[in-house]
Design a binder for this molecule. Structure first.
Ligand SMILES: Cc1cc2nc3c(=O)[nH]c(=O)nc-3n(C[C@H](O)[C@H](O)[C@H](O)COP(=O)(O)O)c2cc1C
Length: 254
């Protein structure tokens, strides 16, 4: 019987898949739940004597820079963390090591990690419709293993792959486009863009120097006016599809 008063669910999830997965894990726990969406939550906080689930996606072999900054503000006092690293079936590069090191620095005790796979927002043919039913089964299997471990009070260090210095941050050569005929200037993208890359006075534009291509604006647009595109997009899509259609399965690190 788990003895925690509260479960905190912490995620960074521009296209919503990581959020879906952490919530699936959370369903396995009956405590009161509190959620922290790191696209908007930028406070400092210490989690004390708690259980947390932390989920972030992989951006170019790293954890997204903004997610890293916001996670750095979250500290633990005697708090255990269940960790989800969600990637688009390509490669998670150094992101797993980066996430583990960051959480350890902030004193979280990691009880289990799952690397999960979701449909890639740039290349929707890759990991299409994932997480799917098989993924959800495996995510619940992972959750049960974590519960067993928590109940048995087992403590161990979890070692993961990755290299330091971490691979440098990258921004793709392609951009985010707005179909000016479809855009109704509702401003949803302006107010949800975590990088403030869409100017309030010109919501049909995107400052590509500030934009990380995270896909929040595309996901939030009810008119489907926003999309990835521009120079190099078709070519990158072709190469990515050629190399990454084979299904990667969810891995557990306990
Ligand atoms: C900017 C950006 C970079 C990405 N880089 C990678 C990558 O290096 N490897 C990979 O497998 N998937 C990559 N992906 C795919 C995401 O990790 C994956 O689709 C994840 O599900 C997105 O999570 P979300 O739905 O919670 O936003 C990238 C996605 C974006 C938007």
């Amino acid at each position: 019987m788990l003895n925690y008063e509260k479960l905190s669910v912490i995620y960074f999830s521009p296209s919503g898949k990581t959020e879906k997965i952490v919530n699936e894990v959370a369903k396995n726990f009956s405590m009161n739940r509190e959620s922290y969406n790191l696209l908007s939550f930028d406070d400092t906080k210490t989690f004390t004597d708690e259980l947390v689930i932390i989920g972030v996606p992989v951006f170019d072999g790293r954890i997204p820079k903004l997610a890293c900054e916001r996670l750095s503000n979250l500290k633990s006092e005697n708090t255990k963390a269940i960790v989800i690293l969600n990637y688009g079936n390509l490669d998670y590069g150094d992101a797993l090591l980066e996430l583990v090191e960051l959480l350890k620095e902030n004193d979280f005790e990691i009880v289990g990690i799952a690397t999960t796979v979701s449909q890639h927002p740039y290349f929707p043919e890759i990991a299409k419709n994932r997480p799917d039913m098989d993924d959800m089964k495996r995510i619940n299997e992972f959750s049960q293993k974590v519960i067993e471990k928590l109940n048995s009070n087992t403590r161990n260090e979890i070692f993961v792959s990755g290299y330091k210095p971490y691979t440098p941050y990258k921004t793709p050569d392609f951009g985010v486009l707005c179909d000016e005929d479809l855009c109704v200037e509702c401003m949803d993208c302006v107010y949800t863009c975590p990088e403030e890359a869409i100017p309030e006075d010109m919501p049909k534009k995107t400052s590509l120097d500030d934009c990380t291509r995270c896909s929040t604006c595309i996901n939030v647009c009810s008119e489907n006016a926003r999309s990835f595109g521009g120079m190099n997009y078709a070519k990158e899509m072709e190469t990515a599809i050629l190399n990454n259609l084979e299904r990667n399965e969810i891995e557990f690190f306990m």
